[in-house]
Design a protein around this ligand. Structure first.
Ligand code: FES
Length: 179
């Protein structure tokens, strides 16, 4: 004997539901993608990639323009940095880290702090006079910023520094860009 509830449910689901009348879908055609649809999809994806790349390019161009027109910025008072010591600071409007080294009484140099390999921050090793990257053991010369060993292939960006009576100033870029 058939269960009456089961029978009622079966009858109910045999009928075409209301939504199916309003939105008749052909299941067999669900997975069919026409050539036109495929090309349209491909164009949209390419456009997305293009827009993303253009956005990144414009952003870095704007940043590089900013740095070339940057007003001098005081980093530190001369007497606050001992010979052989380093001072990490940030170029405020760029939010880019940089490192200032005092190599002698009147000798200051500064570099971008991001390693040119994969952007890890380099650290100052006073005894070896190198800027060392702990991520993949790369090293840069503390005087020139040139690569000494390890994976990096480019020197660190070098900042232009000016010594003034009231302190050490960042006044622009000498080599490369921070961004
Ligand atoms: S990130 Fe500096 S050596 Fe790789």
């Amino acid at each position: 004997m058939t269960d009456p509830i089961e029978k009622r449910l079966k009858d109910q689901y045999r009928q075409v539901p209301k939504w199916a009348e309003d939105f008749p879908l052909d299941q067999n055609r669900d997975t069919h993608v026409s050539r036109r649809d495929f090309i349209r999809y491909l164009s949209l994806v390419s456009l997305g990639f293009f827009a993303g790349t253009a956005g990144v390019w414009v952003k870095s161009w704007v940043k590089s323009q900013q740095i070339h027109h940057y007003a001098p910025m005081k980093i530190v008072d001369q007497e606050d940095l001992q010979i052989g010591e380093a001072y990490v600071f940030e170029i405020p409007h760029l939010r880019e880290p940089a490192i200032l080294l005092r190599l002698g009484p009147e000798e200051f140099v500064a570099f971008g702090q991001k390693c040119t390999h994969l952007q890890c921050p380099v650290i100052w090793k006073k005894t070896e006079k190198i800027l060392f990257c702990p991520c993949h053991k790369g090293a840069f010369d503390g005087t020139t910023g040139n690569v000494l060993y390890g994976p990096p292939e480019r020197a660190l960006p070098k900042l232009k520094i000016e010594l003034r009576s009231d302190g050490v100033y960042f006044v622009g870029m000498e080599r490369g860009d921070l961004v």
